[in-house]
Design a protein around this ligand. Structure first.
Ligand code: IPM
Ligand code: MN
Length: 378
């Protein structure tokens, strides 16, 4: 197939990690006979510096008219003092909103050979397989009124029934093809929006009789997540809680640098790692490219509907991790790599070894298997 992919490298480590993800997609295209065309555009601080706008019109137009968007990261100390609409982050938030991306999928699972990479005990993290569904275009991030002065500031947390229903539907659908458990995380003992959130989820539950629904308060869930993560399957939550809890969940996987995301709901999907721009290591070939490469696998699966290709890319990542290869953030990696050489390893692993059958055994983990729940069992 032919596909046009917009690449937004952004700031900090963004350009380094997206370069590896693009190289992986190009290798997949070559192996499976597809024609992927990549077009780069500016976003974030890089766009502010070049044009004064963190989301230039040309970037938005390109994103609206392509088949999928791949993003690195935005932000950095250079732009911290800029007014809100000229901060790198506001470019990303406007892009999510403009593309109508209300559902952010953030799978978190623990690779068997990385059970010791987490500061938590291996017996706690072992077998973790979570799918966060974070609401992405509402809540505190976008609520009006909002204002700032040095004496008083206001943010607002609004949600409508419709906004809750559409993201909850994504979570219910995922739960029904996974382990059929849904936990909805809120603060309904304090917040009206959370009371509505809970009511809407309860109203929808009868339509999904095979999904077991549970509600949790965000404070106690924050603790349960890292003390008994295996008890959960799909986690549905609003924008800010999802932002916080998914970084917390990264501790289970062993490194924030491993985790991918897919933002869906509009006509074009956005795929980006959950980590930030990591200005402290930018340009040093130290960043872990795996979160972005696994986001590229989600792009293949969700935007291009290329399931076998997504599985092949995930199998290549599994194979490389199993071999002990990793960047410095992965505690216990026996073969240390920089960003580029780890990416190159993965690209090499995508190509079947000469004179051997394709490497199927490595896709046998549930780790970073299909978010839809189709585990590959060969
Ligand atoms: C994320 C990031 C963003 C967010 C920032 C960069 C705006 O932290 O994708 O998790 O808060 O959503
Ligand atoms: Mn975040």
């Amino acid at each position: 197939m032919e596909a046009r992919i917009t690449v937004l490298p952004g700031d900090g480590v963004g350009p380094e990690v997206t370069a590896e993800a693009v190289a992986c997609l190009a290798t997949i295209a070559e192996q499976f006979g597809h024609a992927f065309e990549f077009q780069e555009a500016l976003i974030g601080g890089a766009a502010v510096d070049a044009t004064g706008d963190p989301l230039p019109e040309a970037t938005l137009n390109l994103c609206r008219t392509c088949d999928a968007v791949m993003l690195g990261a935005v932000g950095g100390p250079a732009w911290d003092r800029h007014p809100r609409d000229q901060r790198p982050e506001s470019g990303l938030l406007r892009l999510r909103k403009a593309l109508g991306l209300y559902a952010n999928l953030r799978p978190v699972s623990v690779h068997p050979s990385l059970e010791d990479a987490s500061p938590l005990k291996p017996e706690i993290v072992r077998g973790t397989d979570l799918m966060f569904v974070r609401e992405l275009s509402g809540g505190l991030y976008f609520g009006e009124p909002r204002s700032y002065s040095d004496e008083a500031a206001v943010n607002t947390l609004p949600y409508t029934r419709g906004e809750i229903e559409r993201v909850a539907r994504v979570a219910f659908d995922l739960a029904s093809v996974r382990r059929k458990r849904l936990v909805s995380v809120d603060k309904a003992n304090v917040l009206e929006t959370s009371r509505l959130w809970r009511k809407v989820v309860d109203d929808m539950a009868p339509a999904y009789p095979d999904v077991a629904v549970q509600h949790a308060y965000v404070d106690s869930f924050a603790m349960a997540l890292i003390t008994r993560p295996r008890d959960f399957d799909v986690v549905l939550t609003e924008n800010l809680f999802g932002d916080i809890l998914s970084d917390e969940a990264a501790v289970l996987a062993g490194s924030l640098g491993l985790l991918p995301s897919a933002s869906l709901g509009g006509s074009v999907g956005l795929f980006e790692p959950i980590h930030g721009s990591a200005p402290d290591i930018a340009g040093q070939d130290k960043a872990n490219p795996i979160g972005t490469i696994l986001s590229a696998a989600m792009l293949l699966r969700h935007a291009l509907k290329l399931d076998a290709e997504a599985l092949a890319l995930e199998a290549a990542v599994n194979h490389v991790i199993k071999g002990g290869h990793g960047t410095g953030d992965l505690k216990g990696a026996t073969h240390p790599h920089g960003t580029h050489s780890l990416g190159a390893r993965i690209q090499e692993a995508i190509r079947p070894p000469r004179n051997k059958s394709p490497r199927l055994a490595d896709s046998a983990y549930s780790w970073c298997g299909s978010p839809e729940g189709h585990r590959s069992n060969h």
